[in-house]
Design a protein around this ligand. Sequence first.
Ligand code: SAM
Length: 250
Amino acid sequence: MSDDSTKTTHFGERTVPEDDKKGLVHGVFSSVASRYDVMNDLMSGGVHRVWKDAMMDWLAPRPGQRLLDVAGGTGDIAFRFLRRAPDATAVVCDMTEDMLVEGRKRADAERLAERLDWVVGDAMDLPFEDNTFDVVTNSFGTRNVTRIEDSLSEAFRVLRPGGRLMTLEFSQLPNPAMQWAYDRYSYNLIPVMGQVVANDRDSYQYLVESIRKFPDQERFAAMIRTAGFEQVKYRNMSMGVVALHSGWKL
Ligand SMILES: C[S@@+](CC[C@H](N)C(=O)[O-])C[C@H]1O[C@@H](n2cnc3c(N)ncnc32)[C@H](O)[C@@H]1O
């Protein structure tokens, strides 16, 4: 039998005790919170906005729905959802309070604050009742979670029957030459941008490394099915730089 205290996981390229990862990830996002949105635009050349809009196109938010955006950070997904769905409401749940603080400022500016709640909580142990939400999303949060399986089971638990999970996450490019070019860009440029713009090279080094550790499209789809979801499908965007995954609790 294995001893839980010796379990390890990855934190970027480093192997760390499983119990340490959450604190390390929290440190990364606390550190980058105030520059997070501007860095997203810089690193992706603004394309993360196109990916998030495409997520909404597939999700097709409906009036009156209740959304839980897990690892929702500064609120990009919840804002888009609410703008498309009159009378919908959303909860943004994230373990890093500094990210939620930045999001709340934006919600006030966008006049969406009344339809939004901000909750500090862990994707692996969501502080919500069973069968509560119509939609659960997770955008670029899943790869930071220590036990992805637990976060998927929790998403399944809090969704109502008939509810839908949709995730947006970095993925793997099927074409090796493209993957090579993309790796050169991300490993060489993103940590430098992090240093210049956010004065934090290490956090952006971690973010790049964590992308390469994440399961590919098919493996992640299989994990979603194992958590109980049905009709699991995925769509690549930007040739597989990112993928959307969708599954239903039926
Ligand atoms: C890359 S940001 C994504 C933010 C936002 N969803 C977006 O698409 O811009 C990842 C977020 O995941 C959060 N996070 C990481 N692990 C988490 C966990 N176990 N539970 C809740 N949030 C977590 C971090 O605090 C961070 O805000």
